[in-house]
Design a protein around this ligand. Structure first.
Ligand SMILES: [Zn+2]
Length: 59
């Protein structure tokens, strides 16, 4: 059984590798304080939210 996470995936739009980034939650339109981790495509700018980030933002 292998362990994978969002950062190992390729961009669903252009197929490029995703890069882990920390951005302010407020910059994403959430009211949660501090920064959250997202996976961002360096080619097209597509953003993907890891499950842990979604859980944090939903609380
Ligand atoms: Zn992309």
């Amino acid at each position: 059984m292998s362990v994978t996470n969002e950062y190992d995936l390729d961009c669903a739009t252009c197929g490029s590798a995703l890069t882990k980034r920390e951005v302010a939650a407020k910059a994403l339109g959430f009211t949660a304080p501090g920064e959250v981790e997202i996976a961002e495509c360096s080619e097209c700018g597509g953003r993907y939210f890891p499950d842990a980030t979604l859980r944090r933002l939903s609380t």
